[in-house]
Design a protein around this ligand. Structure first.
Ligand code: SF4
Ligand code: FES
Length: 258
Protein backbone atom coordinates (compact mmCIF):
# COMPACT_ATOMS: atom_id res chain seq x y z
CA UNK A 1 0.00 0.00 0.00
CA UNK A 2 1.36 3.42 -0.91
CA UNK A 3 2.23 5.49 2.14
CA UNK A 4 1.71 9.27 2.31
CA UNK A 5 4.55 11.71 1.86
CA UNK A 6 4.93 14.41 4.52
CA UNK A 7 5.79 17.83 3.21
CA UNK A 8 7.80 19.20 6.09
CA UNK A 9 10.53 20.93 4.12
CA UNK A 10 13.30 23.11 5.44
CA UNK A 11 14.00 26.36 3.66
CA UNK A 12 17.22 26.15 1.71
CA UNK A 13 19.57 29.00 2.66
CA UNK A 14 20.60 31.37 -0.08
CA UNK A 15 24.23 31.15 -1.23
CA UNK A 16 26.35 33.74 0.58
CA UNK A 17 26.56 37.16 -1.05
CA UNK A 18 29.67 37.56 -3.16
CA UNK A 19 29.79 33.89 -4.08
CA UNK A 20 28.00 34.02 -7.42
CA UNK A 21 29.65 30.77 -8.53
CA UNK A 22 28.51 28.91 -5.44
CA UNK A 23 28.51 25.17 -6.09
CA UNK A 24 25.44 24.76 -3.90
CA UNK A 25 22.27 23.23 -5.27
CA UNK A 26 18.88 22.72 -3.71
CA UNK A 27 18.31 18.99 -3.30
CA UNK A 28 15.29 17.11 -2.00
CA UNK A 29 15.89 14.13 0.27
CA UNK A 30 12.87 11.85 0.55
CA UNK A 31 13.47 9.86 3.72
CA UNK A 32 11.38 6.94 4.96
CA UNK A 33 10.54 7.78 8.56
CA UNK A 34 9.38 5.33 11.20
CA UNK A 35 8.84 5.96 14.88
CA UNK A 36 6.95 3.18 16.69
CA UNK A 37 6.14 5.59 19.52
CA UNK A 38 4.18 7.77 17.10
CA UNK A 39 2.73 5.43 14.47
CA UNK A 40 2.88 1.84 13.35
CA UNK A 41 3.09 3.05 9.75
CA UNK A 42 6.24 4.31 8.10
CA UNK A 43 5.92 7.35 5.88
CA UNK A 44 8.06 9.33 3.49
CA UNK A 45 9.13 12.82 4.44
CA UNK A 46 10.73 15.38 2.13
CA UNK A 47 13.52 17.69 3.22
CA UNK A 48 14.90 20.38 0.96
CA UNK A 49 18.42 21.52 1.66
CA UNK A 50 21.06 23.63 0.02
CA UNK A 51 24.21 21.57 -0.37
CA UNK A 52 27.34 21.15 -2.47
CA UNK A 53 26.69 18.10 -4.70
CA UNK A 54 30.27 17.00 -4.08
CA UNK A 55 29.24 16.32 -0.48
CA UNK A 56 28.10 12.90 0.59
CA UNK A 57 24.66 11.62 1.56
CA UNK A 58 25.94 11.36 5.15
CA UNK A 59 26.68 15.13 5.10
CA UNK A 60 23.13 15.75 3.89
CA UNK A 61 21.69 13.61 6.69
CA UNK A 62 23.77 15.53 9.23
CA UNK A 63 22.55 18.82 7.81
CA UNK A 64 18.94 17.68 8.01
CA UNK A 65 19.37 16.41 11.56
CA UNK A 66 21.27 19.43 12.83
CA UNK A 67 19.31 22.15 11.05
CA UNK A 68 15.83 20.84 10.26
CA UNK A 69 14.77 17.87 12.36
CA UNK A 70 16.79 16.60 15.31
CA UNK A 71 14.61 13.49 15.58
CA UNK A 72 15.97 12.00 12.35
CA UNK A 73 17.71 8.79 13.43
CA UNK A 74 20.54 6.97 11.70
CA UNK A 75 23.79 5.21 12.57
CA UNK A 76 27.25 6.37 11.61
CA UNK A 77 30.64 6.39 13.23
CA UNK A 78 33.81 6.69 11.17
CA UNK A 79 32.35 8.63 8.20
CA UNK A 80 35.08 7.13 6.00
CA UNK A 81 33.87 3.72 4.84
CA UNK A 82 35.57 1.74 7.60
CA UNK A 83 33.12 1.03 10.43
CA UNK A 84 30.25 -0.26 8.26
CA UNK A 85 27.53 1.37 10.37
CA UNK A 86 25.75 3.56 7.78
CA UNK A 87 24.55 1.11 5.13
CA UNK A 88 21.15 2.24 3.83
CA UNK A 89 19.03 2.08 0.67
CA UNK A 90 19.75 5.19 -1.35
CA UNK A 91 17.75 5.58 -4.55
CA UNK A 92 16.76 1.94 -4.16
CA UNK A 93 20.28 0.54 -3.86
CA UNK A 94 22.25 -0.48 -0.79
CA UNK A 95 25.16 1.88 -0.23
CA UNK A 96 27.21 3.46 2.54
CA UNK A 97 25.94 7.02 3.12
CA UNK A 98 29.50 8.17 3.84
CA UNK A 99 30.80 6.86 0.49
CA UNK A 100 27.99 8.10 -1.74
CA UNK A 101 28.37 11.50 -3.40
CA UNK A 102 25.20 13.48 -3.99
CA UNK A 103 26.30 14.41 -7.51
CA UNK A 104 26.24 10.71 -8.47
CA UNK A 105 22.54 10.37 -7.57
CA UNK A 106 20.80 12.59 -10.16
CA UNK A 107 20.09 15.23 -7.48
CA UNK A 108 17.74 17.17 -9.76
CA UNK A 109 15.19 14.51 -8.71
CA UNK A 110 14.29 13.63 -5.08
CA UNK A 111 16.90 11.31 -3.55
CA UNK A 112 15.25 8.50 -1.60
CA UNK A 113 16.82 7.21 1.60
CA UNK A 114 15.42 4.29 3.57
CA UNK A 115 16.54 1.55 5.94
CA UNK A 116 18.13 -1.62 4.55
CA UNK A 117 15.67 -4.47 3.97
CA UNK A 118 15.20 -7.80 5.72
CA UNK A 119 16.00 -6.58 9.24
CA UNK A 120 13.44 -5.06 11.62
CA UNK A 121 13.39 -1.26 11.49
CA UNK A 122 13.74 0.19 14.99
CA UNK A 123 13.52 3.85 14.05
CA UNK A 124 13.93 5.74 10.76
CA UNK A 125 17.13 4.36 9.18
CA UNK A 126 18.20 2.19 12.14
CA UNK A 127 17.57 -1.57 11.94
CA UNK A 128 17.99 -4.33 14.49
CA UNK A 129 21.39 -5.83 13.62
CA UNK A 130 21.20 -8.65 16.20
CA UNK A 131 20.18 -11.44 13.74
CA UNK A 132 22.93 -10.31 11.36
CA UNK A 133 25.63 -10.45 14.04
CA UNK A 134 24.26 -13.72 15.44
CA UNK A 135 24.80 -15.37 12.02
CA UNK A 136 28.32 -13.89 11.99
CA UNK A 137 29.07 -15.31 15.44
CA UNK A 138 27.63 -18.69 14.43
CA UNK A 139 30.34 -19.29 11.80
CA UNK A 140 33.08 -18.79 14.42
CA UNK A 141 34.96 -15.86 12.82
CA UNK A 142 38.23 -16.42 14.63
CA UNK A 143 41.35 -18.56 14.16
CA UNK A 144 40.89 -22.12 15.44
CA UNK A 145 44.01 -24.22 16.02
CA UNK A 146 44.86 -27.46 17.79
CA UNK A 147 47.95 -28.49 19.67
CA UNK A 148 50.32 -26.41 21.71
CA UNK A 149 50.71 -22.71 21.45
CA UNK A 150 53.57 -22.04 19.00
CA UNK A 151 56.76 -20.38 20.17
CA UNK A 152 56.85 -18.12 17.12
CA UNK A 153 54.36 -16.58 14.69
CA UNK A 154 52.40 -18.88 12.39
CA UNK A 155 54.02 -18.50 8.98
CA UNK A 156 52.10 -18.41 5.72
CA UNK A 157 53.19 -18.07 2.10
CA UNK A 158 51.96 -15.10 0.09
CA UNK A 159 50.12 -17.58 -2.20
CA UNK A 160 48.25 -19.02 0.77
CA UNK A 161 47.44 -15.52 2.01
CA UNK A 162 46.11 -14.61 -1.41
CA UNK A 163 43.43 -17.32 -1.23
CA UNK A 164 41.36 -15.38 1.29
CA UNK A 165 42.64 -11.85 0.75
CA UNK A 166 39.36 -10.62 -0.75
CA UNK A 167 37.19 -11.69 2.17
CA UNK A 168 39.45 -10.01 4.76
CA UNK A 169 38.12 -6.68 3.48
CA UNK A 170 34.64 -7.12 4.96
CA UNK A 171 33.48 -4.31 7.27
CA UNK A 172 30.25 -6.05 8.34
CA UNK A 173 28.00 -3.35 6.94
CA UNK A 174 25.22 -5.83 6.00
CA UNK A 175 24.73 -4.27 2.56
CA UNK A 176 25.12 -7.72 0.97
CA UNK A 177 22.88 -9.69 3.33
CA UNK A 178 20.13 -7.06 3.24
CA UNK A 179 20.14 -7.02 -0.57
CA UNK A 180 19.61 -10.79 -0.80
CA UNK A 181 16.06 -11.91 -1.82
CA UNK A 182 16.51 -15.20 0.04
CA UNK A 183 17.28 -13.30 3.23
CA UNK A 184 14.26 -10.99 2.72
CA UNK A 185 11.93 -13.96 2.39
CA UNK A 186 13.41 -16.07 5.13
CA UNK A 187 15.36 -14.38 7.92
CA UNK A 188 16.77 -17.80 8.92
CA UNK A 189 19.31 -17.89 6.08
CA UNK A 190 22.86 -17.18 7.31
CA UNK A 191 23.24 -14.60 4.57
CA UNK A 192 26.21 -13.58 2.41
CA UNK A 193 28.15 -11.66 5.08
CA UNK A 194 28.35 -14.64 7.45
CA UNK A 195 29.51 -16.86 4.59
CA UNK A 196 32.13 -14.30 3.54
CA UNK A 197 33.50 -14.30 7.07
CA UNK A 198 33.48 -18.09 7.22
CA UNK A 199 35.38 -18.10 3.90
CA UNK A 200 38.00 -15.80 5.41
CA UNK A 201 38.94 -18.56 7.91
CA UNK A 202 38.08 -21.73 5.95
CA UNK A 203 40.69 -20.83 3.33
CA UNK A 204 43.32 -19.63 5.82
CA UNK A 205 46.11 -22.24 5.80
CA UNK A 206 46.80 -21.57 9.50
CA UNK A 207 43.25 -22.38 10.58
CA UNK A 208 42.08 -25.85 11.65
CA UNK A 209 38.36 -25.20 12.09
CA UNK A 210 37.36 -25.43 8.43
CA UNK A 211 35.48 -28.72 8.76
CA UNK A 212 33.44 -27.35 11.67
CA UNK A 213 32.51 -24.23 9.77
CA UNK A 214 31.60 -26.20 6.66
CA UNK A 215 29.27 -28.40 8.70
CA UNK A 216 27.60 -25.30 10.12
CA UNK A 217 27.08 -23.95 6.59
CA UNK A 218 25.83 -27.33 5.33
CA UNK A 219 22.71 -26.66 7.38
CA UNK A 220 19.32 -26.16 5.67
CA UNK A 221 19.70 -22.43 6.39
CA UNK A 222 23.28 -22.46 5.18
CA UNK A 223 25.14 -21.94 1.97
CA UNK A 224 22.82 -24.00 -0.26
CA UNK A 225 20.07 -21.40 0.11
CA UNK A 226 22.09 -19.04 -2.11
CA UNK A 227 20.42 -18.61 -5.53
CA UNK A 228 23.42 -16.84 -7.11
CA UNK A 229 21.57 -13.64 -7.91
CA UNK A 230 24.75 -11.53 -7.50
CA UNK A 231 22.82 -8.83 -5.56
CA UNK A 232 25.38 -9.23 -2.78
CA UNK A 233 28.37 -8.64 -5.04
CA UNK A 234 26.70 -5.58 -6.57
CA UNK A 235 25.91 -4.17 -3.13
CA UNK A 236 29.29 -4.63 -1.45
CA UNK A 237 30.93 -1.22 -0.89
CA UNK A 238 34.31 -2.93 -0.46
CA UNK A 239 34.19 -4.55 -3.88
CA UNK A 240 34.37 -8.05 -2.42
CA UNK A 241 33.39 -10.80 -4.87
CA UNK A 242 30.77 -12.09 -2.46
CA UNK A 243 29.04 -14.52 -4.82
CA UNK A 244 32.40 -16.01 -5.80
CA UNK A 245 33.27 -16.53 -2.14
CA UNK A 246 29.93 -18.29 -1.59
CA UNK A 247 30.60 -20.51 -4.62
CA UNK A 248 34.05 -21.42 -3.24
CA UNK A 249 32.50 -22.45 0.07
CA UNK A 250 29.91 -24.59 -1.79
CA UNK A 251 32.72 -26.23 -3.77
CA UNK A 252 34.71 -26.89 -0.60
CA UNK A 253 31.64 -28.60 0.87
CA UNK A 254 31.43 -30.94 -2.12
CA UNK A 255 35.14 -31.66 -2.53
CA UNK A 256 36.21 -31.20 1.11
CA UNK A 257 39.28 -29.50 -0.26
CA UNK A 258 40.12 -26.03 0.99
S1 SF4 B 1 30.80 -8.58 2.29
FE1 SF4 B 1 30.74 -6.40 1.66
S2 SF4 B 1 28.56 -5.86 1.77
FE2 SF4 B 1 28.80 -7.76 2.91
S3 SF4 B 1 29.03 -7.12 5.04
FE3 SF4 B 1 31.10 -7.37 4.15
S4 SF4 B 1 31.65 -5.32 3.40
FE4 SF4 B 1 29.44 -5.28 3.75
S1 FES C 1 30.19 5.85 8.85
FE1 FES C 1 31.64 4.24 8.99
S2 FES C 1 31.41 3.19 7.10
FE2 FES C 1 30.17 4.96 6.86
Amino acid sequence: MATPTLEKSGKAPEPEAGFADSPYITATFRIRRFNPEVSEEAQWQDFQISIDPKERVLDALHKIKWELDGTLTFRRSCAHGICGSDAMRINGKNRLACKTLIKDLSPEKPITVEAIKGLTVLKDLVVDMDPFFQAYRDVMPFLITKGNEPTRERLQSSEDRERFDDTTKCILCAACTSSCPVFWNDGQYFGPAAIVNAHRFIFDSRDEGGEQRLEILNDRDGVWRCRTTFNCTDACPRGIEVTKAIQEVKRALITRRF
